[in-house]
Design a protein around this ligand. Structure first.
Ligand code: PRX
Length: 683
């Protein structure tokens, strides 16, 4: 139970952080912030000086149109400047900053005791080798490469190798199904897939190659030209050093287990075989600052995933700068972001941001509960982690198991704690602050999106007094506004639509292959603004509080899902005639899926059918989309024009009888029936 005074209290940054802090006070933040939004060219121009540019921009430093009524939406930062992001992350750190021997990643495997480390110069060598492999396979600038790997060093190597030769990576989270992978490969026309044999997630063996094979078959059936698949031997691996020498597999029995994989000699190639003969030197492709860097799919409210496209120059500046300030990065830090690289957090704050700063990070393959619920804190102690970044869903899971597993570990190395992915409820915030951080570590609650590339609203660790549950103030270069339904900007204390008024360097440039959808989704509703799709409140002190999604999206354990994509997965079942999916509060996941289904004639609603439907959604989308509740509905409440009223279904799911105006309904009689047959417990 959180007392109102606890929540209203301001939690001050700790004085220990101040002497070395990049931003040691609120007034310092305000000065920098003003400059960043009033003189963006100067502010970001100074940041750009820290990086290597082969040539300078030819046109304006920033050129854009945010107003659909004035023409095509576009955003360009430093167009005409040439650089290579991989060169900036690796070569510059190794050669200019002399960080070659510094650890880039401590890799911690799923199984305790299975670990490895890689320095900046080793990483550079591997990336060059793999870039040469890609080139030898005919990959060139502008090609799209799909990466479907667990959390292993090869994932980072593959991404940076793409960036080195100007190819676009499209990383697909290794928890996604064959259908989801196939959709993503087809959408951006990938010419090559990189995957692995298999891996363990906790206790569970995931035969990744098998899922990838299924996806490739589906792609082939749908005419995809993808004909090459590079396979990392991970579970059945032998350690292969840069110089080609081999040591036997780690002495862990389960890792040596033979995974049965099917091998298709026409398409499949072993990663280590290709690497063994590849040179460790590779001239980077010099790219325009506005050339494409990567595509990352995120759920769209129409049901089809959207290929968010980021370009390299602005994204590099924004990921690097936000990492530096938001975590108050110091050279001796050991930083750990628990997010999977398959999500934007893993792109910006496990790969690009930390490496651009020459940071040492932990890359963790496993889950917080394996082999026990103290795993996170044992990793924190093992590597003396100083800055730790996770999601509210993980914090709530830890809370459920009480303080003891946390307190068993020292955690004294921790200095800053971060939260991302969904609103953090004050109770979880206070637990994180008191139990994990022992009131010593500020919490940076970072609000942002796949589309924004980096942090938009966040406290800074040594500058911002914190309020539990508030993402505080805008990051540098970010100008938020709150609009009412008619699009008017609201001043002072207010609640409404969260929008941004001018571009920051990390903003997406388009949706891959669908610029029209990009304009419609983000710029049409309120011309002149980027529309986040989130509701937001500003309090009397100017703090921002995210109130949740205002579109048909829901956030399960920090992952965005659209109700439409789950509905279409349900509708593919022959027994289902109509489906409506709504969000339902969940104590650990934040939100979960509550589904209403109507049946075709001749079908019965049975436990067996519920299980089949859950399996179907899991297979179509992935385990994160598995519904918690499926309720049979003889019919669905609809407006007279035939639109399903999800507003009412949400209330039925929550058993909230306060239904408001029902006059537009064509069939109000069904509501009572649906209340009476609610699913009360998780099925
Ligand atoms: O609703 C907001 C929520 O997550 C959405 C973005 O999801 P995605 O693109 O998958 O990126 C997640 C990681 C950045 C947002 O529109 N969200 C993200 N962070 C927060 C949040 N909601 C509240 N507080 C946050 N800190």
């Amino acid at each position: 139970m959180v007392l109102p005074e606890e929540q209203a209290r301001l939690y001050q940054p700790r004085p220990e952080l101040l002497p070395a802090a990049h931003v040691p006070s609120l007034s310092h933040y305000e000065r920098l912030y003003q400059r960043s939004v009033e003189e963006p060219h100067e502010f970001w121009g100074d940041v750009a000086k820290e990086f290597y540019w082969k040539s300078h921009h030819t046109g304006p430093f920033l050129n854009y149109n945010f107003d659909v009524t004035k023409g095509r939406i576009f955003i360009e930062w430093m167009k005409g400047a040439t650089t290579n992001i991989c060169y900036n992350l690796l070569d510059r750190n190794v050669n200019e900053k002399k960080l070659g021997d510094k650890i880039a990643f401590y890799w911690e495997g799923n199984e305790p005791g299975d670990s490895a480390k890689i320095t900046y110069s080793e990483l550079l060598h591997k990336v060059c080798q793999f870039a040469n492999v890609l080139r030898s396979q005919g990959v060139k600038k502008g090609d799209r490469i799909s990466i479907y790997l667990p959390m292993i060093v090869e994932l980072v190597v593959a991404m940076l190798a793409c960036a080195r030769i100007g190819a676009l990576h499209s990383v697909v989270f290794a928890g996604f199904s064959a259908d989801s992978l196939c959709e993503r490969i087809l959408n951006c026309g990938c010419s090559l897939l990189i995957t692995a044999d298999a891996f363990y997630r906790g206790d569970k063996l995931i035969n990744l190659k098998h899922i990838a094979d299924e996806a490739l078959q589906k792609c082939k059936d749908r005419g995809s030209p993808l004909k090459k698949c590079i396979v990392v031997k991970h579970l059945g691996r032998e350690e292969i050093a840069v110089d080609g020498t081999c040591t036997k597999s780690p002495p862990l029995k389960r890792l040596c287990q033979d995974v049965q994989i099917l091998w298709n000699p026409a398409t499949d190639m072993w990663w280590h075989e290709l690497m063994s003969s590849a040179s460790t030197e590779c001239e980077p492709e010099w790219c325009d600052a506005e050339d494409e860097l990567f595509i990352l799919y995120t759920s769209g409210s129409t049901g089809k995933p959207k290929g968010v496209l980021h370009t390299l120059g602005g994204y590099m500046l924004f990921a690097a700068t936000s990492f530096k300030y938001v975590f108050d990065y110091q050279p001796e830090d050991v930083y750990w972001c628990t997010a999977d690289i398959g999500w934007i957090t893993g792109h910006s704050y496990l790969t690009y941001g930390p490496l651009a700063n020459g940071a040492t990070s932990v890359l963790f393959e496993g889950v917080p509960t394996y082999p026990d619920v103290g795993r996170m804190w044992s990793i924190v102690d093992k590597y003396k982690v100083t800055k730790f970044y996770t999601a509210p869903t993980a914090i709530r899971l830890m809370m459920k198991h009480g303080e003891e597993p946390v307190k068993k570990h020292s955690r004294k190395s921790l200095k800053v704690l971060g939260s991302v992915g969904e609103p953090i409820n004050p109770e979880a915030w206070l637990w994180y602050y008191r139990v994990v951080g022992e009131e010593r570590c500020p919490i940076v609650d970072t609000f942002w999106q796949t589309e924004t590339g980096g942090h938009m609203l966040t406290p800074l660790p040594a500058a911002t007094p914190m309020k539990p549950g508030s993402a505080a103030f805008p990051f540098f270069g970010v100008v938020p506004a709150i609009l009412n339904e008619s699009g008017e900007e609201l001043e002072g204390e207010a609640e409404g639509y969260l929008v941004f008024k001018q571009p920051w360097p990390g903003i997406m440039r388009t949706l891959y292959g669908n610029h029209q959808q990009f304009e419609t989704t983000y710029f049409k509703k309120f011309p002149g603004y980027y529309v986040t799709g989130d509701g937001c409140r500003r309090d009397k002190d100017g703090y921002y509080w995210i109130t949740g999604r205002i579109d048909d999206m829901l956030n399960v354990s920090g992952h965005l899902l659209s109700t439409a994509e789950v509905e279409s997965a349900l509708l593919e079942h022959t027994a289902i005639s109509e489906a409506a999916v709504v969000s339902h509060p969940h104590p650990l996941k934040g939100e979960c899926l509550y589904c209403f289904v109507t049946l075709r004639d001749g079908h019965e609603f049975t436990k067996n059918l519920t299980d089949e439907l859950k399996k179907q959604v899991r297979e179509k989308i992935g385990p994160i989309a598995t519904p918690d509740y499926i309720q049979y509905a003889p019919s669905l409440p609809k407006t007279r024009s035939g639109k399903i009223t999800r507003r009412i279904l949400r209330k039925i799911a929550k058993n909230d009888q306060d239904l408001g105006d029902l006059s537009t309904l064509a069939n109000p009689g069904i509501i009572k029936h649906l209340f009476n047959s609610r699913c009360d417990t998780k099925q």
